[in-house]
Design a protein around this ligand. Structure first.
Ligand code: SAM
Length: 287
């Protein structure tokens, strides 16, 4: 189970932020941490006590200041885009790649019974999430949790075998905090296969690491401590793109950039810049 996805859960449980985080996401994160072995229980214990939170805050500040608030910033933008795409652009299917323990899919399946939600993640993550959602009575009939390791199976085959998936529905694919773990060639294959799988309008909401001037993917303030932690947990960033190259990079993957969340926005800046967050639409194919 990914350490980063557990850290994202912890960000949803941080007492100061709980008011801003949807009640459901907070409950789901708590349920998941309780079911995630010693790592989850340690995070819960740290979050429960003021001195534990101070320790966690100091550790995070020393390694990557603003990261917890960054996750919140990222999720706020995604939630707003998703809501807009469902209510105004007629999205009928939401496919979440590497969904982790995010509550968005469960929330939207409950709020929009006509929306088919398919979440894909590794088997251990799906098992834990399924148990947590069952406990919260949140396993809606239009929510399908699909266990798969995308390193070993193609998304075309996976979606073909998923009864809940329909190629004819206008679809939004969400890849939040996932693309940076795949090499460019694998991202291209994934995005091209998605275009072949969906015969209706296709929108992509995704994040990807920015490349620093030395060509290394990472957060602007990322130092050796984070590099080491990511390497040790097998979550090293292997790819990225520069801000300037993003439109062409997407074009090369078959998508047109529609909007980029501005990291330097005056009223809502990204607390930990370095991860590009955008939405794009698939170029029409002539088959
Ligand atoms: C950093 S977490 C992000 C989770 C979630 N999207 C979020 O932002 O809250 C990355 C997720 O991608 C999943 N993932 C990474 N590689 C994968 C693979 N090869 N197949 C399936 N899932 C994968 C991990 O299990 C993890 O849940």
């Amino acid at each position: 189970m990914s350490n980063t996805s557990l850290l994202i859960c912890a960000s949803q449980c941080w007492p100061k932020r709980v008011k801003a985080v949807e009640g459901f996401s907070h409950q789901l994160a708590q349920q998941v941490l309780q079911r995630s072995g010693w790592r989850g229980r340690l995070l819960l214990a740290l979050l429960r006590w003021p001195s534990g939170r101070t320790l966690l805050r100091c550790l995070l500040h020393a390694s990557l200041p603003g990261i917890m608030a960054h996750y919140h910033w990222r999720k706020q933008h995604i939630a707003a885009w998703l809501q807009q795409q469902i209510t105004q652009n007629g999205i009928q299917q939401l496919v979440i790649i590497g969904a982790g323990f995010d509550g968005l899919g469960a929330q939207h399946s409950a709020a929009h019974p006509q929306l088919q939600v398919i979440e894909i993640d590794r088997p251990t993550t799906i098992k834990t999430k399924q148990a947590a959602l069952r406990q919260l009575n949140a396993l809606q009939p239009n929510l399908c949790l699909q266990a798969a390791n995308l390193a070993y199976c193609s998304i075309v085959d996976l979606l073909t075998e998923t009864a809940a998936f329909s190629a004819c529905r206008p679809t939004l694919v969400l890849a939040e905090g996932v693309l940076m773990y795949l090499p460019d060639t694998a991202i291209k294959t994934l995005l091209q296969q998605l275009q072949h799988s969906v015969q209706a309008p296709l929108t992509l909401v995704a994040s990807h690491m920015q490349l620093n001037p030395q060509g290394k993917p990472g957060f602007v303030k990322q130092g050796w401590l984070v590099d080491t932690a990511l390497t040790l947990s097998g979550e090293r960033f292997v790819s990225g793109v520069s801000l300037q190259a993003l439109p062409d990079w997407l074009m090369n993957m078959g998508f047109n950039l529609q909007q980029l969340a501005a990291a330097g926005q005056l009223d809502n800046p990204d607390p930990c810049p370095g991860e590009l967050l955008f939405y794009a639409t698939a170029k029409p194919t002539h088959s």
